[in-house]
Design a protein around this ligand. Structure first.
Ligand SMILES: NC(=O)N[C@@H](CC(=O)O)C(=O)O
Ligand SMILES: [Zn+2]
Length: 436
């Protein structure tokens, strides 16, 4: 298969995609290769003005299958992912049954293959049943067909320090990583939103920044001590950014992600009592948002991860205290990163490529060539790419999303950019903004 695209940040080039790799490219101003000599039936996309990025990689997606197929399935979640420009998603382990055995991770992996919208890399649970008591079969998941490299009890914190140490030690053998949901559970018991002036005004119990920061500090020390890889999920406070900067300066193998919603939204939205704004960790303050943006810009925070967390209507459209935490993210992530990082000048497109594709691929241990450096278009490079039109603004409508759930915090909001096409190893998964 051969496709011709004409992209890359500003300077237009023609790129021929054949059999999953870049077959040829023509820099601006030069001639050939052109449409002469192309086989009959070659698709030529009108890609003027589009930006080509490496296929996006999400380290933190909740696909809800098995167990809550009413909220999302592997098929619907990966369809949403492809429409958002993603070519790989890491599927979190808090399913029912929990993904804590080789059998469950292989099931999720196979469902991803069957759906075919993007690569699905299952995350394995750290502890049996996410209960925080006994290590799960990490080795068996690593050596399974799903080749698990990322382990997380996400939704729950591995709060026992000795278990966390053992998990970090265990995954060193296969260069795995422990992705921690950093939340000291005793400090957040009963919490409903960020602890601060808005919580005080609304009279809601607060989730203090220190509950996140205390675990990050402890786990960074543990990762340094045992020489293993720690990844911090959904960093949400200015203090956490400082701690990760400190851990990196020590030379420890600590990486971190930030969600699009923590880059854009703040806790004053909770004043509406609309549960669509309920999320874990909670939306924080404008000062936190500024620190997160700066941390992502300078590389202290390695990557953006969506924490796409679909929930059925009955779990979301209820009173604030009863609603489940979590927000949709896959179909809006690149637009939110554009609004919060690119338009204000914190990141250029090469930076976006790094924070949304290359860095998460590296952290997740993706096999080559998906994690290959993408400094320029090179013949022979994998054609796993996303084409973004940066010019339109669109109003987000919950009902038009591909996700089975409707809990987007951006409904009614205008966001920049639109994904025009996504290619997975040369095969289009999205063309003209529609799933192929
Ligand atoms: N982020 C959330 O608020 N919810 C996530 C769990 C998680 O990522 O912690 C979920 O599974 O719904
Ligand atoms: Zn989490």
């Amino acid at each position: 298969m051969l496709r011709r695209v004409r992209p890359l940040g500003g300077d237009p080039v023609d790129v021929l995609l054949a059999d999953g790799v870049v077959a040829a490219w023509r820099p601006p101003g030069s001639t050939g290769p052109d449409s002469e000599g192309l086989p009959a039936g070659t698709a030529i996309l009108d890609t003027d003005g589009l930006i080509m990025l490496p296929g996006l990689v999400d380290l933190h997606t909740h696909l809800r299958e098995p167990g809550r197929e009413d909220a999302e399935t592997v098929e619907s979640g990966t369809r949403a992912a492809a429409l958002g420009g993603y070519t790989t998603v890491f599927a979190m382990a808090n399913t029912n049954p929990v993904a804590d055995t080789a059998g469950v991770v292989e099931q999720v992996w196979r469902l991803g293959l069957d759906a075919g919208h993007c690569d699905v890399r299952p995350v394995g649970a750290v502890t049996v049943g996410l209960a925080g008591e006994r290590l799960a079969e990490l080795g068996a998941m690593a050596t399974s067909a799903a080749e698990v490299r990322v382990f997380s009890d996400d939704g729950h914190c591995v709060s026992d320090a000795l278990l966390m140490r053992r998990a970090l030690e265990y995954v060193r053998a296969f260069d795995g990583v422990i992705a921690q949901h950093a939340e000291e559970p005793r400090l957040t018991a009963g919490a409903q939103m960020n602890e601060g002036v808005v919580a005080a005004r609304l009279g809601l119990p607060g989730w203090p920044a220190v509950a996140e920061e205390a675990i990050i500090a402890r786990d960074a020390l543990l990762a340094g001590h045992v020489g293993s890889r720690l990844h911090v999920c959904h960093v949400s406070t200015a203090g956490s950014v400082e701690l990760i900067r400190w851990a990196k300066a020590k030379g420890w193998q600590v990486t971190a992600e930030v969600t699009p919603h923590h880059l854009l939204l703040t806790d004053d939205l909770v004043s509406s009592y609309d549960p669509v704004f309920k999320v874990n960790p909670p939306l924080r303050t404008a000062e936190d948002v500024a620190a997160l943006r700066a941390g992502l810009a300078d590389g202290t925070i390695d990557c953006v991860a969506t924490d796409h967390a679909p929930h059925a209507l009955e779990d979301k459209e209820t009173e604030w205290a009863a609603a489940r935490p979590g927000m949709l993210g896959l179909e809006t992530a690149l637009s939110v990163v554009m609004e919060t990082m690119v338009i204000p000048g914190h990141l250029d497109w090469a930076g976006v490529a790094d924070r949304m594709a290359l860095a998460p691929a590296r952290i997740g241990g993706l096999p080559q060539p998906a994690a290959q450096r993408w400094s320029s278009i090179a013949v022979g490079a994998p054609a796993t790419v996303t084409l973004l039109d940066p010019s339109p603004w669109r109003v987000v409508e919950a009902d038009t999303l591909a996700s089975r759930s409707r809990n987007t915090p951006y409904a009614g909001r205008s966001l920049p950019g639109a994904i025009r096409a996504t290619f997975l190893r040369g095969r289009p998964t999205v063309l003209d903004g529609k799933v192929v």
